[in-house]
Design a binder for this molecule. Sequence first.
Ligand SMILES: CC(C)(COP(=O)(O)OP(=O)(O)OC[C@H]1O[C@@H](n2cnc3c(N)ncnc32)[C@H](O)[C@@H]1OP(=O)(O)O)[C@@H](O)C(=O)NCCC(=O)NCCS
Length: 429
Amino acid sequence: MTESLTVRDNRTGAEYEIPIVDGTIKAADLGQIKLNDDEPGLATYDPGFVNTASCRSAITFIDGDKGILEYRGYPIEQLAEKSNFLEVAYLLIHGDLPSKEQYDAWVHEITFHTFVHENVKGFMEGFRYDAHPMGMLMASVGALSTFYPESSKIADPDNRHIQIVRMIAKMPTLGAWAFRHAQGKPYVYPDNELSYAENFLSMLFKMSETKYAGDPRIVKALDTLFILHADHEQNCSTNAVRSVGSSQVDPYSAVAAGIGALFGPLHGGANEAVLKMLRRIGTVDNIPSFIEGVKNGEERLMGFGHRVYKNFDPRAKIIKKACDDVFEVTGVNPLLAVAKELERIALEDEYFVKRKLYPNVDFYSGLIYEALEFPPEMFTVLFAIGRAPGWLAQWLELVQDKEQKIARPKQIYTGPRTLDFVPAEERWA
Ligand SMILES: CC(C)(COP(=O)(O)OP(=O)(O)OC[C@H]1O[C@@H](n2cnc3c(N)ncnc32)[C@H](O)[C@@H]1OP(=O)(O)O)[C@@H](O)C(=O)NCCC(=O)NCCS
């Protein structure tokens, strides 16, 4: 079998042979297809990158049709059940599971970098009382580059390592402080005797008690949620991290861009939107009219549909189970009945079946977060904390990949050309 594509340009009759490598053709190879030498060659038009690979990656494998998600080859179901978030973070960053010594050293490093410079506290206090915590997280992660100016030396492996450790370690501190800020409560310093997830809960919820102690079922559920969000190959925010990182900027600036992308309602903001939607629907009786509105194109069923998963989202199944564990502690959220009924009706309805729309990771996660007493604005912050190792693993892969170039797409220009500029005095005369 010849691994190539023969293309005939019907405008000129010329034929071209284009190599196929790993199921792709190089878009640059199409550039040789031209009408004449003065014109740019053929390009592909792909808004939203629906069929364009931007990199080679050995981090996360997804088979959307079969509902498979693997980090470095390990199925998400096994990692969620048997591993923990910091081990998964190690796996994503380093490419393999740690030995006992490597694991202990990694946990120690992350744990002892949880504190931030006091000036960070100072500028966080400067945000308005109602500042969205994602805006605060995005700004404060970006600002870390000013506290660690050496982070711009991205060619130095030791330097890259310490910035990665810092970012994973400090993200919960920044996220928790953004939460406390909105509540007008004093910021809580990290407790390095606690696990990653429990320390985060402590910084969020600790009041006057000397030590915070979380329910182990809640701590485990939060840790699982972080694992489920840890990476998802070339999604919108990862693409943002890679795109900004391709300019060789420091990792804090690149990750801040990822946080910005995650903020949007079509990406990480979806679970917040799900909860608002469930509240608006309110009771099971209102579901049929809501579904009609979705089918008429008046709105979207948030938490349904995915660019990649067209069968089921494996993370949604694990989250449903985590829901049960959390509700055992907190009592059942009445909106769960609305969500379950919505899912049941949608999965039987031809509109959703035909379009392969299934619940995604965000459909149930919002319910868990609400049960844990997070306001909806915090949901995406939780997603960002979980996603940090994935963004950083992707950034690390990018900066070491010799095939990568600065991200700079083409455009199809549709505006006017060669207009004569008339000065304002003449135009307005
Ligand atoms: C995730 C999402 C952005 C993927 O978008 P996409 O791959 O570009 O899919 P499209 O927008 O092309 O949708 C394909 C079709 O399904 C419909 N569709 C997709 N998601 C839908 C939803 N949640 N509710 C209703 N209809 C939906 C579209 O209207 C379109 O219908 P059409 O063919 O009649 O025009 C999209 O499914 C969505 O907006 N979901 C809700 C937001 C969400 O939960 N995001 C979190 C993702 S983890």
